[in-house]
Design a protein around this ligand. Structure first.
Ligand code: ADP
Length: 169
């Protein structure tokens, strides 16, 4: 049984991430989704929130586990004896970034292979950062993230606009 690790920021998790997890769980024995905790990065959602949201999204799949991890991902893979890292790629820009990352991870641990998966076409455009921008303006993100994520996004980011009724445009 080959187990795999799917690391990422998941800030927040989207249907694009979920689609990659769903594909991976059909290929690998266990999929360990690992929420990155990097002290240098500023996240909108805490590690606990990101873990809880993903757990809610994958609870129907018993071969998917979710954890937070605050050091190198290859160390996590070593700890659980997983030799595969999964990364999602949407386009050539993602690929060139992901390829460099894969080379770096391989030099850190030569036993690790990175497997790239692409989502179904309807998830290609989903990007956590763009979804946050949309949510901040009160846009409808219900086709992009599960309801629990949409609710928390709105709670954290949405500020109702100041009335513009007297302004000429
Ligand atoms: P990171 O900061 O590690 O890139 P992300 O949460 O942005 O964290 O992404 C985690 C992984 O999921 C990355 O491999 C990314 O390319 C992939 N990913 C993100 N959104 C999508 C999507 N819509 N379709 C496929 N893969 C995606």
């Amino acid at each position: 049984m080959v187990n795999a690790v799917f690391p990422g920021s998941f800030d927040p998790p989207t249907f694009g991430h979920l689609n990659i997890i769903e594909r991976a769980r059909l290929i690998f024995g266990e999929v360990h989704v690992v929420v990155a905790v990097n002290r240098e990065k500023k996240y909108t959602f805490s590690a606990e929130e990101r873990v809880d949201l993903i757990r809610g999204m994958v609870r129907q799949w018993d071969n998917v586990k979710v954890h937070a991890w605050d050091t190198l991902i290859v160390e996590y893979a070593r700890k659980i004896h997983a030799h595969v890292l999964i990364r999602g790629v949407r386009n050539i820009t993602d690929f060139s970034y992901e390829f460099d990352l894969a080379m770096m991870n391989r030099s850190l641990n030569p036993e690790i292979d990175t497997v790239f998966l692409s989502p179904d076409p309807q998830y290609f455009v989903l990007r956590s950062s763009a979804i946050k921008e949309l949510a901040a303006f009160g846009g409808d993100v219900s086709s992009m993230v599960p309801k629990a994520v949409a609710d928390l996004l709105s709670q954290k980011l949405y500020h109702a606009p100041i009335s513009t009724k007297n302004e000429k445009v």
